[in-house]
Write a new protein. Sequence first.
Lengths: 126, 385
Amino acid sequence: MWDKKKRILVVEDNEILLSTMQFVLLREGYDLLLAKSGKEALSLVSDESIDLVITDLALPFANGFEIIDRIRKSNTNNQVPVIIISGYRDDNSIVEGFEVGANDYIKKPISPSELISRVRLRIGHA
Amino acid sequence: MYVCGLGMLRTLTYMMHDIRAFFEGDGWPILVIAALVLSVLFWTASLIGIAFFYYRDYRYGRAYSRIYPALRDFIYEQVLVENRTNHFPVDKLGLDLHNKLVSKVVRHILHDFIFTIGGEKGRSMRNLFNELGFDKEAQYEIRHSATNMVTTVRSLANLALMKVSIQEKILDQLLKSPQVEIRVAASKYLLQVNGEQAFDRIFNGLYGISQLHALDIFQTIVQGDYFGDYIFSQWLDVSKSFEVNSLIMDLMVYYQELNEAGLWELINANKESKTALKAVNSLGKLLAKDSEERLQELYTGESGLPAKLEILKALGRIGQGKSIDFLYRLFIDSNLPLSLRKHAYRSLVAQKPYSTPLLRKIDGELDSEESKLIRSVNHPMVHYI
């Protein structure tokens, strides 16, 4: 019997970072859903089955905190682990991120190998 | 009387004739032609300028969309897949890096990649940047374009990201540049490359900055993961501008460095100044317990409304219970402006449990206006942006 690939929703408006995460995670064998804005992410969260969410905080239309809040209140994906990737390095943003329900916080600039290990820690190998 | 009126009418008729003749070209034809020629020249020059900038952006955009996929794939292949750290086969890129536009686009894209991706891979990309000769290019630009603000600031940002050192003499010139943008960029470079070792040098030469520059420097320091025991307050000085003192106070608050004497010196120099208000605010945020009574004394002086509001906020933040009677008296004083009474109440609430009996007393004696005021403090509207 075939195992279904783990599916990750990546929400990022920076083209370079989005394509790099896409490249790195696809190489690891994960299935990806990509969103460049909070609005796209919210529609994917309500329609698709997801194993992990990686989200930026500063996004157009809905910020990362709102996305996490919506995920935690959704019927289908409310238990899904969330990793924040953000350029905000201050304690307030990090604390707020965890308070709204994030499971991890990675500061930009990101290290691809660190990203992979944190993803594996949350959902295991692809 | 009739003759006088007729004379005035005749004069008016001549004037109208002159004006009409002028606009019809009979008056001063050379002036009219010169005005027309200048107008045509102005519009032509404007259109050429706009067309030039559009064309420049168009060329850049076209080059970017051609180069970006090639460079991205090259980086992914060499850095992420083959884990190459240096000696990159740049010939494989197939780009003419001697072309000024191509070189500029590659440099921008690489800069964005290095800014986005950190760790070992980020270091590898920094090596690629250097192997392509952009570090030398940036150093050259700094040496030879010190008067071109945009180029110098960009080159300093590049060099800071690459952690490439700059000759001490040139750096010194940049830190003393008459252009504030260059001074700030050089300060940021030093902070990013040398970290806390640069503090003395930066703060010693900090002048003429705007609030945005101050914020930029503040963010560079706090993003540098510095956490030590540097005494920022040594740079507080009444003779310095609000922006400089404000930056120092922000850093004191961020790193929780309490120096009440230094802050009070700023307050006493000019109690109504923006610097004094910020100093009062900082005392509150630094929980300056020994200043609680002095702040009350400051309030009772002839201070203006903004100063009084800052004092009340600071008392609420310090919250040691020593000011609750003072705040209560302000709250019940119906002659005071509502904004002051509101902040007095808010600061009382912030001093629970010391203020709990007084708050209960207030609850029992409220009139309708006070009850509205209290509701607005206890149930503030939440604004979603």
